[in-house]
Write a protein that binds this ligand. Structure first.
Ligand SMILES: Cc1ncc(COP(=O)(O)O)c(C=O)c1O
Length: 375
C-alpha cells in the first residue's frame, strides 16, 4: 500500500486543507481502535497510558530537536500559552508583550487577557503579506518581556523571518514565543538553531492527528525561573504523591501541564508523527515546495491574485488566493470534490506529502471553471 493510499479520503476527494486539519490515515484510525481495545481489555492501564504520554513527549522533542524535559504535553496551543502566561509577572519594568498582527486570534486574546495582571500588549502591524523587521524594531524595547510570533501566518501563508526577529528581541533582553502550528510537520524545525525560548504547536494539522493534544517547548535554562500558577496534579514533581497540602512543581516542562492527559490522542499522535517521520521533514519540505510552486504558477498564469509571497523562502505549506466571494468558492470547490478553506477573503490551499501534481492540476482546472469568483 502506498503512503497516499493510507489516507482513504483520496479515493473520493482532492484534499488540500492540511492547514486546518490533516487528512485521516488508516494508521490513526487503527490507533484510536487500539486505545478502545486497551481500555476494554485492560480496564484501567494507567501505567501504559502514562508511558504513552512520555512516548509522545519524546516523539515531539525529536521533531523539534528539544530535550524531552523541555516539552510539556497539553490539550491545545491555547492551554500551552495560558500556562506560559501564568508564569509571567507583569508588575515590574518588563510588562510589555509584543504580538505580530499575523498571530492566530488565540495568541492575541490570551495576552490581552493578561492586561488585568498588568501586561501591556503592543501589536506589530503588517505591511501587505509581510511584517517588516523595522516594525518589530519599533515595537520591541527594554520593557518588552516577550515577543509572540507565528512561524507561518494562518491567513495568508507568509513565513516570518524568525532568526532576525529572535536576534532583535534577545538584543533587548526579551524572550520569544514561536507558534509553530503551521510549520511543525512540514519542514525540519530546530528550536536550538532558531534560538527561540518557547514554541507551541499541536497535532491536528500537519502532524496528522486530531484535536485534543498540543505542546509547549520551554528552553531548559528558563524552566526553574518560570513558576506557572496554571497547573494541577500532572504538573507536580511526583504525579502520584497525591499530596493536596502543597504545590511542588516538576523541575521539567511538565510543570506547565495540568490534569489527566489526553490519553486517546496520545495513541493517534504517535501514529501521526510516525507517518511524518516515515517521509521525513526535509523530504516533506521538498515535496511541499514543489506542490506550492505548481499552485502558485497555475494561479498566476491564469491571472488570479496570489496573496502569499511568491518567493518560496517567504511562505509555508499554505498558499492563498484572493476571491471576492470566498465562501461561495469554497462551497463550489467542495461540490467539485476539492476540500480547501478560507480566511478573510483568501482561499487557503495547503498541500502535504500525500498530495501530488494531479491534485494541483484538478484544483487549477476547477479554479478556472469558477474564475468569475476570483478576478
Ligand atoms: C497558527 C495557529 N495557532 C494556533 C491555533 C489554535 O490552536 P488551539 O486551538 O490548539 O489553541 C491554530 C489553529 O488553527 C493555528 O493555525
Amino acid at each position: 500500500m502506498s503512503l497516499r493510499e493510507r489516507f482513504p479520503i483520496f479515493q473520493k476527494k482532492t484534499y488540500l486543507n492540511s492547514c486546518s486539519q490533516g487528512a485521516l490515515s488508516i494508521d490513526v484510525q487503527l490507533a484510536y481502535a487500539q486505545y478502545l481495545a486497551d481500555w476494554e481489555e485492560l480496564g484501567s492501564p494507567w501505567e501504559l497510558w502514562v508511558d504513552r504520554l512520555e512516548a509522545v513527549r519524546h516523539a515531539f522533542s525529536g521533531l523539534i530537536n528539544a530535550e524531552p524535559d523541555e516539552v510539556a504535553v497539553t490539550a491545545s496551543v491555547s492551554a500551552s500559552i495560558n500556562a506560559l502566561a501564568s508564569a509571567f509577572n507583569f508588575n515590574g519594568e518588563r510588562n510589555k508583550i509584543v504580538v505580530s498582527d499575523f498571530e492566530f486570534p488565540t495568541v492575541g486574546q490570551i495576552w490581552h487577557a493578561q492586561a488585568q495582571r498588568g501586561a501591556k500588549v503592543v501589536h506589530v502591524p503588517a505591511a501587505g503579506n509581510s511584517v517588516p523587521l523595522e516594525h518589530f524594531a519599533n515595537a520591541i524595547d527594554d520593557r518588552t518581556a516577550l515577543v509572540a510570533i507565528t512561524h507561518v501566518c494562518y491567513r495568508n501563508g507568509a513565513l516570518l523571518d524568525v532568526p532576525a526577529i529572535v536576534e532583535l528581541a534577545h538584543s533587548k533582553g526579551a524572550l520569544v514565543l514561536l507558534d509553530g502550528y503551521q510549520t511543525v510537520g512540514t519542514r525540519p524545525i530546530d528550536v536550538k538553531k532558531l534560538n527561540v525560548d518557547f514554541l507551541v504547536a499541536g497535532v491536528l494539522k500537519y502532524l496528522l492527528s486530531s484535536s485534543g493534544l498540543a505542546y509547549l517547548y520551554v528552553r531548559k535554562e528558563l524552566l526553574t525561573q518560570l513558576q506557572p500558577t496554571n497547573g494541577g496534579w500532572f504538573s507536580q514533581a511526583n504525579i502520584f504523591a497525591m499530596d493536596n497540602s502543597a504545590h511542588t512543581p516538576s523541575a521539567t516542562a511538565r510543570r506547565f501541564e495540568a490534569g489527566s492527559p489526553p490519553v486517546p490522542n496520545t495513541y493517534a499522535t504517535l501514529a501521526g508523527i510516525k507517518l511524518v517521520q516515515q517521509v521525513g521533514p526535509a523530504q516533506i519540505q521538498r515535496e511541499v515546495q514543489e506542490l506550492t510552486g505548481a499552485i502558485k504558477e497555475g494561479v498566476m498564469r491564469r491571472g488570479f491574485n496570489l496573496m502569499s509571497p511568491v518567493d518560496p523562502n517567504k511562505h509555508g505549506s499554505l498558499v492563498t488566493v484572493r476571491s471576492h466571494k470566498v465562501d461561495l468558492l469554497v462551497k463550489w470547490l467542495a461540490e467539485d470534490g476539492i476540500v480547501v478553506s478560507s480566511r478573510d477573503n483568501n482561499l487557503r490551499i495547503s498541500p502535504h506529502f500525500y498530495n501530488n501534481l494531479d491534485d494541483v492540476n484538478r484544483l487549477i482546472d476547477c479554479l478556472t471553471k469558477h474564475k468569475a469568483l476570483l478576478v
